[in-house]
Design a protein around this ligand. Structure first.
Ligand SMILES: NC(=O)c1ccc[n+]([C@@H]2O[C@H](COP(=O)([O-])OP(=O)(O)OC[C@H]3O[C@@H](n4cnc5c(N)ncnc54)[C@H](O)[C@@H]3O)[C@@H](O)[C@H]2O)c1
Length: 267
């Protein structure tokens, strides 16, 4: 069905962090085209302005908010501004992240702390600021963008640890604030072709081809694969889902795909 004839998120006020590019931009685009009013948050002014203009030109109701999620005062001021402007916040999508060195021994303490601060503490700060309004309304929806790296060892050690913390935070929010009408879920993406892969693709231009054998569905993901899962979790169609991990990974976590072929070939 064409996006502009869908009304999945009619009149929902949604905040998306890390919305300047990649998956956050696509979440903002699809959510706004199916009816949400989307506040797009990012630290990168140029990307944010470009993405807001692109989505607005498509007919989406979006607005950009420049913020550094590692600053509690900036997060609080931004969330308060959005609440005042839109009257309420129905849905928060914690999508921003920082990623650094691949392995633990190459990770400085500063880099470790920075990755935790953007990915986990930034989400904590946003959740802490939106929750009182949601509790007062008796309704709210928080969606954390996790990763398959939080479920099994796939590299990027500090990033994976920060994301595992975010998965745990989902469960805390779901159980503690469920009785107040707030639900909270994690989306668990596999590899998604975004700019974050540029450096790896420079080292190995074949990287997505090389990853294919691990994906039973035969490809890596697109930002829209994740955005559609977010739209589902943000909509009333998922109203009895909370504390869950919605895995969107082309089958990656179902099992190490090449392994059964080795076993069966040796029988
Ligand atoms: N791309 C993948 O393969 C993949 C796989 C699994 C999970 N994910 C998750 O999906 C989400 C989006 O990934 P992506 O590939 O689009 O990443 P990305 O790097 O393209 O986007 C992240 C955005 O966060 C913003 N950001 C970073 N630090 C910030 C800060 N301090 N304050 C405000 N904004 C800040 C960046 O400017 C950027 O626009 C992330 O949570 C990521 O962990 C991605």
């Amino acid at each position: 069905m064409p996006l502009d004839s869908r009304k999945d998120l009619a009149d929902i006020v949604m905040v998306v962090t890390g919305a300047g590019r990649g998956i956050g931009k696509e979440i903002s685009k699809i959510s706004s085209l199916v009816g949400a009013k989307v506040a797009m948050l990012d630290i990168n002014e140029t990307n944010l302005a470009k993405s807001v203009a692109e989505i607005t030109a498509l007919g989406g109701d979006v607005k950009g908010f420049l913020v550094d999620l590692t600053s509690e005062s900036q997060v609080n001021a931004t969330i308060d501004k959005i609440s005042n402007e839109y009257g309420r916040i129905d849905c928060l999508v914690n999508n921003a992240m920082a990623i650094g060195a691949e392995d633990l021994l190459s990770t400085s303490l500063e880099d470790w702390e920075f990755q935790i601060k953007v990915t986990l503490t930034g989400a904590f700060l946003c959740i802490k600021r939106v929750l009182p309004g949601m509790i007062a309304l008796g309704a709210g929806n928080i969606i954390n963008i996790g990763t398959v790296n939080a479920k099994e060892m796939l590299g990027s050690d500090a990033y994976s640890a920060a994301k595992a913390g975010l998965h745990a935070l989902t469960r805390s929010v779901a159980v503690r604030y469920g009785p107040s009408g707030v639900r909270c879920n994690t989306v668990v993406p596999g590899s998604i072709a975004t700019d974050v892969w540029l450096q790896r693709a420079e080292r190995n231009p074949q990287v997505f081809e090389d990853l294919k054998p691990w994906y039973p569905l035969g490809r890596v993901g697109k930002p829209s694969d994740i955005a559609e899962a977010v739209v589902f979790l943000a909509s009333s169609r998922s109203e009895w889902m909370s504390g869950s991990e919605l895995v969107v990974d082309g089958g990656l976590l179902a099992g190490p795909a090449p392994m059964h072929k080795v076993i069966e070939a040796s029988e």
